[in-house]
Design a protein around this ligand. Structure first.
Ligand SMILES: [Zn+2]
Ligand SMILES: [Zn+2]
Length: 295
């Protein structure tokens, strides 16, 4: 049994005083050896944190003492260590940068459980599954037959949806890592006239925990020091991407250590070291390089 836990959570709910929450929360986390990042806004909370099992249990109870978060849902992974180096709590305008209106939130896609998505696949239902994440996330893993718009960030979602408008009469399923982006992504599609829109409830993280080695292919990109989680054990489904340098199947990636480049490239561990965490000779010669400690 591993000693640490990584939590992922969000909730869209009116928050009265984000600044006050930020200060209290940061202090509490520092005292209780919780690390990670939490975004707080008037529209809700979005966080991922790590800590020892007992500290994380206390964290969960603590967060639930806030009336607005009493029913918040935690997704949990076991780990051998912290998944973060520090604790950050930030007040933001949105808990995921999107520039999409929050007014349509309640009218998002219908919630599709992992069980129902599995059934869609098993019954060969006529549906289109759409990845609401960024290009580099879908590069290392995605649902079988998923449409993956090549977005740099979530602000490009309206542009991506515009390119999918020929699918308005189809059954659509959107998915993202934990579900937070789909709340707005699916609501936006409904607003744009898509007739039958679902959002995967609990996201990839919940689905792959329940049904590994089924219809998820490859690794799951995560925004912490683990970088990627590999839910499948079937060698056929373990990786969908290959090392940029040697071609070996891998889901691992690096950000080129030349900070002026910072390009995300898929790389196996061996090539990462051999190439000094850089994408090219030119980047290796840069004088503006990242500290090696960071991925
Ligand atoms: Zn390699
Ligand atoms: Zn580079």
């Amino acid at each position: 049994m591993k000693e640490y836990r990584v939590l992922l959570f969000y909730k869209y709910v009116a928050v009265e005083n984000p600044d006050q929450f930020m200060n209290e929360h940061l202090a509490w986390c520092m005292q209780n050896d919780i690390k990670g990042r939490v975004f707080i806004a008037r529209e809700g909370i979005n966080g991922t944190v790590s800590g020892k099992v007992e500290d994380v249990e206390r964290y969960k109870s603590h967060l639930k003492t806030y009336p607005e978060f009493h029913d918040i849902i935690f997704k949990e992974d076991e780990e051998g260590s912290h998944a973060f180096l520090k604790m950050h709590v930030r007040v933001k305008k949105e808990i995921v940068n999107s520039d999409l209106k929050a007014t349509s939130l309640g009218n998002g896609g219908k919630r599709l459980t992992p069980e129902q998505l599995l059934e869609f696949y098993e019954n060969k239902k006529d549906f289109v599954i759409i990845d609401a994440r960024n290009w580099y996330e879908s590069k290392i893993g995605r649902f079988k037959n998923a449409v993956a718009p090549q977005m740099k960030n979530f602000r490009e979602w309206p542009k991506a949806v515009d390119q999918l408008k020929n699918l308005k009469d189809k059954t659509i399923v959107t998915y993202c890592t934990g579900g937070i982006r789909c709340e707005k992504a699916s609501a936006y599609m409904v607003e744009q006239g898509f007739k039958d829109v679902y959002q995967l409830d609990g996201g990839i993280v919940t689905y792959t925990k329940k049904f590994p080695d089924t219809y998820w292919e490859g690794g799951v990109f995560v925004f912490d020091e683990r970088r990627v989680v590999e839910p499948n054990s079937n060698p056929e489904l373990k990786h969908v991407s290959n090392c940029y340098f040697c071609g070996t199947p891998t889901s691992y990636y690096i950000n080129c250590h030349n900070l002026d480049c910072d390009k995300i490239i898929v790389s196996c561990h061996k090539c990462k070291v051999e190439n000094d965490y850089c994408c090219s000779d030119e980047c290796r010669k840069s004088t503006n390089k990242r500290n090696k400690y960071y991925g």
